[in-house]
Design a binder for this molecule. Structure first.
Ligand code: SF4
Length: 440
């Protein structure tokens, strides 16, 4: 279990006369079922770990300062922060102290104080410790909103190499148990007094610490969504904090790859793509210079062009530059009139991507029909480069995807202006809500 710090973008520290510290972090954000943003206190119960995961700063073989809270300390901290309006909920994780069961008992005690002593009804997301007993999962699941069990690495071989105390079946078994309990609880509402994990379960995968391909990772995610109904799979670029012969030497965390996997994950969940369509044995990794939909489209030019005025919803979703919102707008608008390229712009279609793959009223955009795959690729890569700001390895936002943006670059002259604006673009509120709540 790794606690991911939330960057606050400030280095200002407190002094002996003041209060507050701009440098420390610990508040992160999540989204409720209604799309509302919730501030969470994100905290480790303990960093005294008995395990030796090679990639983790808190592994037992590292010489780092160790600390463990008591359940009451975390409960009091949460309530006091809540009363001061700093946070609306808690994201509680922990290293493995003494044993998985003991750690789970500590987490349960903490949440129990919050729920049953302080009557705290705010959002609580808690990690489950693989290897703990089922009755402890039941107890915790009846107290919290969301549970997560981190898969950490995409294969058993990698787990053996880098997290020798963990194994795939030991992680998948509790996930399976949580999934079955959630389904059972929803089917038989009258039998159960409380909702079991009402906000569903999630997991996290570390990207780039081991050699698994994007295809292998996406297939794993696809199975988790299909078989265990996971709400989200989170991808976390490997950040080097330890020296170990089994760890890769990376110049920088693979943040662009992480972002591409998030984009591909959207394609799996909301756009009707399958993992082995997006990638195959010949192409096991995405071309990171392109977004995954463009990458797929260029390798499948025989499926294009798609006629905008007749294609069904799912065919429209396969066109680079057309997202869920614009596909729906197209379907609505063409009931009244036949669409041309001008009307597509007005509907928010990103024509700089879409123009290579579509026809309107049977006509290509300008002289696009003469273009071949390498020409399209070169142009799309050039456009994509605008989104990689100056090779500084900035954490890319989940919402850096511009497929649904209504923004048009054409009215701005300089590359610098474009770049500045590009970095400010956000998808519409509707898009964010739907993607984050899985209601697309
Ligand atoms: S279980 Fe592994 S990843 Fe989690 S805190 Fe311990 S050493 Fe780190």
């Amino acid at each position: 279990m790794m606690l991911l710090a939330v960057q606050v973008g400030s280095k200002r520290k407190n002094n002996s006369n003041g209060m507050g510290n701009g440098n420390y972090s610990g508040i992160c954000h999540s989204w409720g079922a209604d799309g509302r943003c919730i501030s969470l206190l994100k905290i480790l119960f303990s960093n005294c770990c008995m395990y030796d995961c090679k990639y983790c700063i808190n592994r037992c073989t590292n010489s780092v300062k160790r600390a463990t809270f008591t359940p009451r300390e975390i409960a009091d901290l949460t309530i006091n922060f809540y009363k001061r309006n700093y946070i609306e909920g808690l994201f509680l994780s922990s290293a493995v102290i003494r044993s998985p069961d003991y750690t789970m008992e500590m987490l349960i005690k903490t949440v129990d104080i919050l729920r049953n002593e302080y009557n705290f009804n705010g959002y609580i997301h808690c990690k489950t410790i693989p290897g703990c007993s089922k009755d402890l999962i039941d107890k915790l699941g009846n107290l919290v909103d969301r549970l997560s069990i981190n898969i950490e690495l995409p294969s058993n071989e990698s787990l053996k190499l880098l997290a020798p105390q963990k194994e795939k079946t030991g992680i998948l078994a509790p996930m399976n148990y949580v999934s079955k309990n959630i389904k059972q609880n929803r089917l038989d509402k009258n039998k159960y007094k409380t909702d079991f994990v009402p906000a569903g379960q999630t997991t996290q995968l570390i990207i780039g610490a081991t050699p698994e391909s994007d295809l292998k990772i996406l297939k794993l995610s696809e199975n988790l969504y299909k078989k265990l109904s996971l709400k989200r799979v989170y991808y976390s670029a490997y950040i080097s904090v330890n020296n170990d012969k089994n760890l890769p030497t990376l110049e920088a965390p693979p943040l662009l790859r992480e972002n591409r996997l998030y984009q591909a994950d959207w394609l799996l969940r909301f756009y009707g793509f399958k993992a082995d369509e997006l990638l195959d044995e010949k192409h096991q990794n995405f071309n990171n210079l392109l977004d995954p939909k463009c990458d797929w489209a260029i390798r499948n030019l025989d499926k294009f062009p798609i006629e905008i005025n007749t294609a069904d919803y799912f065919a429209l979703l396969r066109i680079p530059g057309i997202g869920v919102i614009s596909a729906k707008k197209i379907i609505r608008a063409r009931r009244s009139f036949l669409l041309d390229f001008e009307s597509l712009k007005k509907l928010g279609v990103t024509l700089k991507r879409a123009k290579y793959f579509i026809t309107c009223k049977g006509k290509y955009f300008d002289k696009v029909y003469k273009f071949n795959s390498s020409f399209i690729e070169t142009n799309l890569v050039y456009q994509e480069k605008l989104s990689i700001p100056n090779k500084s390895y900035k954490q890319l936002s989940l919402f850096d995807n511009l497929q649904n943006s209504n923004f048009q670059f054409s009215s701005f002259q300089s590359e610098k202006q474009k770049l500045l604006l590009f970095n400010k673009i956000q998808p519409s509120k509707e898009d964010k809500i739907k993607c984050l709540t899985g209601n697309l």
